[in-house]
Design a protein around this ligand. Sequence first.
Ligand code: ZN
Length: 311
Amino acid sequence: MGSTINTVAGPVSSDALGRTLMHEHVFVEYGTALQDCRPLGAAREQILSTCFEVAARVRACGVKTIVDPTTTDLGRNVPLLKAVSEHSGLNIICCTGIYSTSTYQALRLRLGGPGAIAELFIRELSQGIGESGVKAGIIKLVTGSEIDDDDHELLSACARASVATGAPIITHTEGILGPEQQKILHAEGVPLQKIIVGHSCISTNFNYHRQIVEMGSYIGFDRFGMEGGMPDEVRVQCLKKLIDAGFLDRLIVSHDSVWYWVNGPKIGSGPYKNWKPTNFFERVIPMLQYAGVSDEQIETILTDNPRRYFS
Ligand SMILES: [Zn+2]
């Protein structure tokens, strides 16, 4: 029996998630926190048609579910996510959490302390985001180039929300701080298998990757297609090493793509031509096959690992 996961369209069994991309952004707009239902304005039709088109292409790759870890301060827009889910049939799991330290500091001031921030996360996971009735299904957290006191406080607040609700955590990592994140979260009571150390593919260091998975968490190779300075071929070599070392069951893949980015690059254009949520299926799977990874192993990464992580 699977567990029940909150999607923007309501609860879904972990057994029904199917092929899942664990880190994609439907819509990003840098802005102020706690405005999740703001109207899309004059660009509404263009935003909807772009997102519908991308979602349909993702569905055509056999993807049934995406995790959208867009926090409120990155422009989390619950009505838009609902519209995209309804139109495409994609399950979309949205998040609670905070992206920037400045948002954390502002919210701490406004709400009265880290305890109240944890309460906000718990409310969004168990009751809903604002008045939308949509519950978050995952907690997103960010640490910077070092884990300072504010980062530490945010990690603790996220851990409290995870322990209280059972929701898993997906991280944004700079540099090689994954094990630090894991240690802090685990010390606060979060089971290691409920953590994805995101953006681990910014490093090519096998010993670093190995440390993350040996501790028992999932490792996010979640920037396929973001090739400035890191070609997908290198990510594939790193994945293959982890598979050969026996860690197939800990691998998570995605693109960190942004389907509609206000004042950002247009999806799949110019230097970003491969940075789109179909890239894994169009370019990366053939690379993995060429490297000797079997179709069954690829399906484990796309389907079984997300299901187990959410169970
Ligand atoms: Zn992201």
